[in-house]
Design a protein around this ligand. Structure first.
Ligand SMILES: Nc1ncnc2c1ncn2[C@@H]1O[C@H](COP(=O)(O)OP(=O)(O)OP(=O)(O)O)[C@@H](O)[C@H]1O
Ligand SMILES: [Mg+2]
Length: 451
């Protein structure tokens, strides 16, 4: 008896310790069983208390009256499936007549408290069927990506959503994206995750990093072209535009539309071309985009106009030529001059890390998902990497990328360095490899003087 009590006490202590230090392990060992039991046992009463039940059908009431049986009580949505996941539970329910998906969405917070879960979200799968996703713990606190994800060409996992699902960056459906955020909010780490995920794919990476290259140059072995200042950025973007024109010439040459070519055989973008002819897709990553749009002199203004024109052309025409833009910056609004809002309108994918004011959040979401603006402003300062992501469908979600250090990203890029393609049009911008020359003179005034 005593030994049983000791064992139980040890198990309870281990569960408590796990729950405190390793919530993900606690969920997989104890949490998931408790949660399934809790949801199944309390389901009817919780739905009733949350106002998610409907009175019994009239024919049932009539039948009960005729047969002198007890009057049937209100009915909750029917559970179609309960699926435990790595981070929580997924409940699929069939609504009763008279209910709608919005009723469930409006009750998510009440369900969260009633089932003692960390988060609850819902979405309509098809008419009358709603999926309720619950998380057992704060999955964004310490992001752990699942080992196996549904990665496909040009579709890479980049972050975890707050409902525990993986957030993918899919270049085929959302070709261009804008990532905004205040300084130290996690933009570069997000971009680094993208590079690390894309590194193993058949894709050419092109980087423009006006912070003198500190973020992207360490990853140079996997980059086909890099620019670290606005002058070389302007030339690089113009080279990309001429590459794009060459790709369109190739597609035109391959179209050869005649009556006997089947519909599927007519190429309108690079993905319709035969694999041996298909030019390699290019992802252009721009960090600190505002640097490209600022100018002080007349010459710099001309350079700025060249850059913005080239970016706008790539954003408008690049997709079918397999050129995708990934733009990061602190702000990206009309105060950066003409052409910026036109360019922004082409960037479908929007992600906002923590921002300091509403107008910055408006630059990301004002024109697509106004309620995401509030969510972006509310991101606390002590959780760098947490972001709100939306798309043109009006939906949005909170996400956080895993904390990939520069060292880890460098290792991944070096491991896949042999996949770095040579794009002839971009050859002059291929980064020179090898250790940078050591600085002979300390460049910082506060450096101690040599003895
Ligand atoms: N997803 C994350 N998880 C945990 N920590 C993160 C995450 N993203 C960023 N951080 C932390 O925040 C710090 C700043 O991140 P990052 O350099 O990406 O910010 P930034 O928005 O690019 O800032 P800046 O505008 O100054 O370049 C990182 O050094 C890292 O410690
Ligand atoms: Mg940065």
């Amino acid at each position: 008896m005593t030994s049983l009590i000791v064992i139980l006490a040890l198990v309870a202590a281990a569960a408590g310790l796990l729950r405190w230090r390793r919530p993900a392990w606690f969920w997989l060992t104890f949490g998931v069983t408790f949660a399934v039991l809790r949801v199944l046992i309390r389901y009817g009463s919780v739905m009733d208390a949350c106002g998610l039940t409907v009175p019994a059908a009239r024919w049932r009431l009539g039948l009960a009256r005729m047969t002198n049986r007890p009057v049937p009580g209100p009915r909750a949505p029917r559970i179609l499936r309960v699926r435990p996941t790595r981070t929580g539970l997924v409940l699929r329910i069939k609504l009763r007549p008279g209910q709608d998906a919005f009723d469930v969405t409006a009750s998510c917070d009440r369900l969260r408290h009633s089932f003692a879960m960390y988060g609850v979200t819902s979405r309509e799968l098809r008419s009358g069927v709603v999926e309720v996703r619950m998380t057992g713990y704060d999955v964004l606190k310490r992001v752990q990506m699942p080992a196996l994800t549904d990665t496909r060409p040009m579709r890479v996992p980049v972050a975890l959503r707050e409902d525990g699902s993986v957030h993918f960056r899919d270049y085929r459906t959302v070709p261009h994206a804008l990532t905004l955020g205040a300084t130290e909010s996690g933009k570069s780490v997000y971009q680094r995750n993208l590079v690390a995920s894309l590194a193993s794919q058949r894709v050419a990476l092109v980087g423009i990093d006006c912070k003198q290259g500190v973020e992207l140059f360490p990853l140079a072995r996997r980059f086909s072209a890099l620019a670290d200042n606005p002058d070389s950025a302007a030339e690089l973007l113009e080279a990309l535009v001429s590459h794009m024109e060459d790709v369109y010439q190739l597609i035109r040459a391959e179209q050869r539309i005649t009556a006997d070519v089947p519909d599927a055989g007519v190429a309108a973008d690079i993905w319709d071309l035969r694999e041996d002819l298909r030019p390699i897709p290019i992802v252009v990553l721009v960090d600190e985009v505002a640097e490209l749009a600022l100018f002080a002199t007349k010459d710099e203004e001309k350079r700025r106009d060249r850059i913005i024109t080239a970016l706008a052309r790539l954003a408008q025409l690049g997709r079918a030529a397999g050129i995708y833009l990934e733009i990061c910056g602190q702000r990206f609004g009309s105060e950066l001059g003409k052409g910026i809002t036109m360019l922004r309108a082409q960037l479908t994918g929007r992600t906002a890390h923590r921002v300091n004011d509403e107008s910055s959040a408006n630059m990301a979401f004002g024109d697509i998902a106004p309620d995401a603006v509030l969510a972006a402003i509310q991101i606390p300062t002590d959780t760098p990497g947490v972001a709100v992501t939306g798309d043109s469908t009006g939906g949005w979600a909170r996400i956080r990328a895993p904390h990939t250090s520069l060292r880890q990203a460098v290792n991944i890029c070096n491991r896949h360095a042999d996949l770095t393609p040579d794009v002839p049009a971009l050859a002059p911008f291929r980064p020179a490899l090898g250790a940078p020359a050591p600085a002979l003179v300390p460049a910082v005034e506060s450096a101690p003087a040599a003895a």
